[in-house]
Design a protein around this ligand. Structure first.
Ligand code: GAP
Length: 462
């Protein structure tokens, strides 16, 4: 049994190593400031990574804001008045317990010692390496900075640790301009910063990351109903971007583990190779946030219900997802290695990212069969220009066609179109102006007229 556990750990580690190396090799994710030795907990998204990230955010925005009548968007500033973080409770309570090791001089999260690596012997944990640990102390996770030319207590500001607070403090302004009645929501996507004690598992726990958050304001007696609604709605969204329902665990967070103001929280967790870990929290936050800001600012944040002629502070249900964690889950889910036969019948391993076409960074590769035949190149560029206004297309004329397919398999491009001599009508008029369309997952190829191409692709992508 112990051996089985060890070998499944080793397989999970090997899978993560392959994913991290593919991410670098193909331009999904690089270490931040790599040429200077990196910066722990910070990552850069490369040419295909940024496309994947945009597609995830765009689809969230489309489903949460644009396809609904009851949600509007906003884009708040990262720096906010310090009073916001006092009122929200972050300045005093947003901390993790931390311990120092007197032997290796490392700092660890006191509640995660069993999964941390010792600073001297990474194979051991601080619990098994003979460490000398200090008593736990609280460490505030907010990054502090100063606004303006003086660096003293009066100019302290923080990089926001969540996007949510801007939506609470702008509740009244947005409500007025949006002319909405409850229930209604404000949505936002943006960067958040936390000085995590132990960033780890690639991008999973970073110090700079992005959130996609919705604050959904409801009458006080409807909170629990909307909590269920948003949990189900969010589960559907993950399926729609290619994460099967069976890989998401819904944790009904027990009362003693929830924030004190929450009357119900679901954690949506994904089966990452390194364990089942949180992707998103869907929390019923009651009227805590608006009440705090109303009290601290002295500005009314109540809602007047025309029908019941009553005034109250709305309650809030908040689905809060991490962009980077979603992207990592999408990558882990898509990653596959399989044995295939090459052109000479020899077995080789194909690495493929089976992204859902909706989030795939590139939707279609366009390839002239040979690059030294000007007629093929001209026709292929024509096809590229036909598709480009509708989707992200990658044009590639370098190398053997099989290798070009493999390169696109590795970045998860679902379709490839090859322009060959049949396209030019050299083998007869019936195949003229048709192309070979190759499907990434099955590797099956079919012939399709150029005039049908964009309709065929759009139907499958959307
Ligand atoms: N407004 C509520 C809130 O911020 P949270 O559970 O602290 O709740 C929400 O964060 C989501 O943000 C998490 O489920 C996760 O996806 C993402 N997230 C939080 N901390 C993160 C970190 N250090 N690195 C990457 N993503 C993080």
């Amino acid at each position: 049994m112990a051996n089985e556990t060890k070998s499944s750990h080793a397989a999970a580690n090997a899978k993560m190593e392959k994913i991290v190396s593919l991410c670098k090799r193909r331009g999904f994710i690089f270490q931040s400031s790599e040429i200077y030795g990196g910066l722990n907990g910070a990552w850069d998204y490369g040419p295909v990574g940024v496309e994947l990230k945009r597609n995830i955010k765009d689809y969230w925005w489309r489903r949460i804001v644009q396809l609904r009548d009851d949600v509007v968007g906003m884009d708040g500033s990262i720096l906010m008045n310090r009073a916001v973080w006092k009122a929200s409770g972050h300045e005093v309570t947003f901390h993790d317990p931390m311990v120092d090791c007197k032997v290796c001089k490392r700092r660890f999260r006191a509640d995660q010692l069993e999964t941390c690596e010792c600073g001297k012997d990474p194979k051991k944990t601080p619990l098994t390496c003979g460490s000398e640990l200090t008593a736990p102390r609280n460490f505030n996770l907010m990054f502090k900075t100063y606004v303006g030319p003086t660096e003293d207590d009066t100019s302290v500001a923080y990089l926001r640790p969540e996007t949510a607070q801007a939506m609470f403090v702008q509740f009244k302004n947005v409500l007025e301009v949006a002319r909405k009645k409850l229930p209604f929501g404000i949505a936002q996507i943006g960067k958040a910063f936390r000085n995590e004690i132990n960033p780890r598992n690639f991008t999973f726990r970073s110090r700079e990351f992005e959130q996609m958050e919705l604050e959904f304001f409801v009458p006080p007696d409807q909170g629990l109903k909307w909590l269920e609604y948003w949990k189900d709605e969010r589960l559907r969204w993950y399926e729609e971007i290619g994460i099967p329902r069976s890989k998401i665990h819904v944790l009904d967070v027990p009362a003693d583990k929830r924030a004190h103001y929450s009357k119900g929280t679901y954690d949506l967790e994904y089966e990452f190779p390194f364990g089942v870990q949180e992707l998103e929290g869907v929390a019923y936050r009651t009227d805590f946030d608006l009440k705090q800001h109303q009290e601290a600012s002295g500005k009314p944040l109540e809602y007047f219900d025309e029908e019941t002629r009553t005034k109250f502070i709305p309650h809030v249900v908040e689905p809060s997802a991490g962009v980077d964690r979603t992207l990592l889950a999408v990558l882990c889910e898509a990653f596959a290695e399989e044995e295939v036969k090459d052109d000479n019948g020899k077995t080789e391993v194909r690495t493929v990212l089976r992204f859902h076409p909706r989030v795939a960074p590139i939707k279609c590769g366009v390839f002239p069969l040979l690059k030294n035949k000007p007629e093929l190149v001209a026709k292929a560029r024509e096809v590229r220009d036909l598709l480009r206004p509708l989707m992200n297309v990658f044009y590639d004329e370098a190398g053997a066609i099989g290798r070009r397919y493999r390169r696109q398999d590795e970045v998860g491009t679902p379709y490839g179109v090859t322009i060959d001599f049949d396209t030019l009508g050299e083998k007869g008029p019936e195949l003229k102006d048709t192309v070979t369309l190759r499907e990434r997952d099955s590797m099956k190829q079919e012939r399709i007229p150029i005039k049908d191409l964009h309709g065929w692709l759009l139907q499958r992508i959307n």
